[in-house]
Design a protein around this ligand. Structure first.
Ligand SMILES: [Fe+2]
Length: 169
């Protein structure tokens, strides 16, 4: 295994200002697994998830979702916004039922993601193998993230579809 089995930074064309505006159009609730467990993931208030329900309110988000679907053949790309409170962390985990995700950091500053196997990775836009254990360490400012979760194509399949976007620097 090498780092490209965990992540690829991407040079993707997107309108950051618009995505930030669109992040204000969705309703946020604390993340929950939906299983009512005793775990941190069902009992926290520092990690909020905003589901994109009406694509008419979020056209730039929708454009990117369609682009990912057409490049990869996925029929199950789900865009969501995440707000992680300043000074909070997300414990190590594997994403539920998710093969991989394309993540775009929208806050000015944000700390790295941490993969258990390879350590911290700083990125603005990247494809992440969310079947590998990962978390987000504490950071001093709020983290705003747009995440396109992909459920029906593996990390390797999606990476092939996006290979011309892989950052070379
Ligand atoms: Fe995750």
């Amino acid at each position: 295994m090498n780092s490209s089995d965990y992540y690829e930074r991407l040079d993707l064309d997107y309108d950051e200002e618009r995505l930030i505006e669109e992040s204000l159009m969705v309703h946020y609730d604390p993340f929950q697994t939906g299983k009512n467990t005793d775990s941190w993931f069902d009992n926290q208030k520092t990690w909020l998830l905003g589901r994109v329900n009406d694509s008419r309110l979020t056209p730039e988000t929708h454009r990117l979702k369609k682009m990912i679907e057409s490049r990869t053949g996925s029929r199950d790309v789900r865009p969501r916004y995440y707000v992680q409170e300043k000074g909070s962390s997300v414990p190590l985990h594997r994403d539920m039922n998710t093969e991989c995700s394309l993540n775009i950091i929208l806050s000015n500053r944000a700390g790295p993601i941490l993969f258990e196997d390879i350590g911290e990775v700083v990125y603005r836009c990247a494809l992440l193998n969310t079947t590998q254990r990962h978390g987000v360490p504490k950071f001093k400012t709020e983290r705003l993230l747009l995440k396109f979760s992909i459920f029906d194509k593996t990390y390797d399949e999606v990476r092939k579809g996006l290979r011309d976007l892989v950052s070379t620097h």
